[in-house]
Design a protein around this ligand. Structure first.
Ligand code: SF4
Ligand code: SF4
Ligand code: SF4
Length: 326
């Protein structure tokens, strides 16, 4: 990764009068952590990094921060926001554009072809002892890890995040400037995991999801981490009518998960942030990918790949099978 070029490009962008800030990643304060950062001047750009630890999807901030109410008496700051995007992150931005959650003129996308990020849990299982700082970079066939002054090589398959094993869009699908050469997409079984579940009987699938949903503590980290969960008025927060009860039990948890999964049907960018944020390790990706598979196979629609597309639920094709209409 040409970090120098990334930092130079970022410095040029944030020096423009029409740019508010650039959202990127910088080293975290301990362990393998990486933090999102808001770069406001050329000096701040020197902190930026891009490594296999940069798993978070920064597009979430476009809806989290950029949609905050403007304090009374102040004018909204309409300057552009620049954003570093991997392939999956760019799909979330495209989906936001498609559904007019953001405007194209509002964002500058710095595309970063991506060779896959790591699953921090797998990395920590491999090296359970604490450490002050660890650095990770891509190398042929895997990753190079520097920790406690020592360098190690880790094969890709050992610590690659599941979403990256299944990734079909490692290169940004939309960007204004791209840093680095495009990567060759790797062979993947996009629906692995989903197909395994499809082979099971209805009872077995029910048991599987009952076990998973029963673990949910309804912390809503999955919703909050999702770049496409940005309704001003979320049904989960509603008290009147109360669509989903506050009680944390299998029944209400199931209502929550099904409502969220269907709300993301034809919209999910498959960035894996919901699953990564879940403290209970619930395989939310399988649920979202099942919906994405149905939408892809039945309607030939894929979320977040075409900025000119119409939103899935706003598209109509007279050749839709409509088997359910008698
Ligand atoms: S899903 Fe694809 S684009 Fe996203 S981090 Fe993994 S490899 Fe990179
Ligand atoms: S992040 Fe996990 S535990 Fe929290 S609400 Fe979502 S699924 Fe439940
Ligand atoms: S539902 Fe999960 S995978 Fe899909 S866009 Fe939201 S955070 Fe990403």
């Amino acid at each position: 990764m040409d970090l120098e070029k990334l930092r130079k490009t970022a410095a040029e962008i944030v020096s423009r009068d029409d740019v508010k800030y650039l959202i990127g990643w910088r080293p975290g304060s301990f362990g393998y952590r990486v933090s999102p950062c808001f770069v406001q001047d050329a000096a701040g750009a020197e902190e930026l990094i891009f490594s296999p630890l940069c798993a978070s999807n920064l597009a979430t901030y476009l809806t989290l921060v950029e949609k905050l109410p403007v304090p009374r008496g102040e004018e909204p700051d309409r300057r552009k926001v620049a954003l570093l995007v991997k392939g999956c992150d760019s799909r979330a931005v495209v989906q936001l554009l498609v559904e007019k959650g953001i405007e194209r003129e509002q964002v500058i996308l710095v595309g970063l072809p991506c060779r896959g990020v790591v699953d921090l849990n797998l990395l920590q299982q491999k090296y359970p002892e604490g450490l002050e700082k660890g650095e990770l970079s891509w190398q042929e066939g895997g990753f190079q890890l520097i920790r406690n002054g020592e360098t190690a090589t880790i094969p890709r398959e050992e610590i690659l995040a599941e979403k990256c094993r299944l990734c079909r869009y490692p290169n940004p699908v939309l960007s204004d400037v791209t840093i680095g050469d495009p990567v060759e997409p790797w062979e993947t079984e996009a629906d692995r995991g989903v197909e395994e579940l499809e082979q099971k009987s209805v009872e077995e699938r029910w048991d599987y999801w009952e076990e998973q949903f029963s673990k949910c503590i309804r912390c809503y980290s999955c919703r909050n981490a999702c770049p496409l969960c940005y309704c001003d008025d979320c049904i989960l927060d509603r008290l009147n009518p109360i669509w989903i009860n506050r009680a944390v039990n299998f029944s209400e948890n199931t209502a929550f998960h099904l409502a969220r999964a269907f709300h993301l049907g034809g919209r999910c960018a498959e960035c894996g942030e919901c699953e990564r944020a879940c403290p209970m390790n619930i395989p939310l990706g399988k649920l979202n990918r099942k919906l994405a598979k149905e939408v892809r196979e039945k309607y030939g629609y894929e979320a977040g790949v075409d900025p000119e597309a119409k939103p899935f639920l706003a598209s109509y094709n007279p050749n839709d099978p409509e088997e359910f209409i008698l």
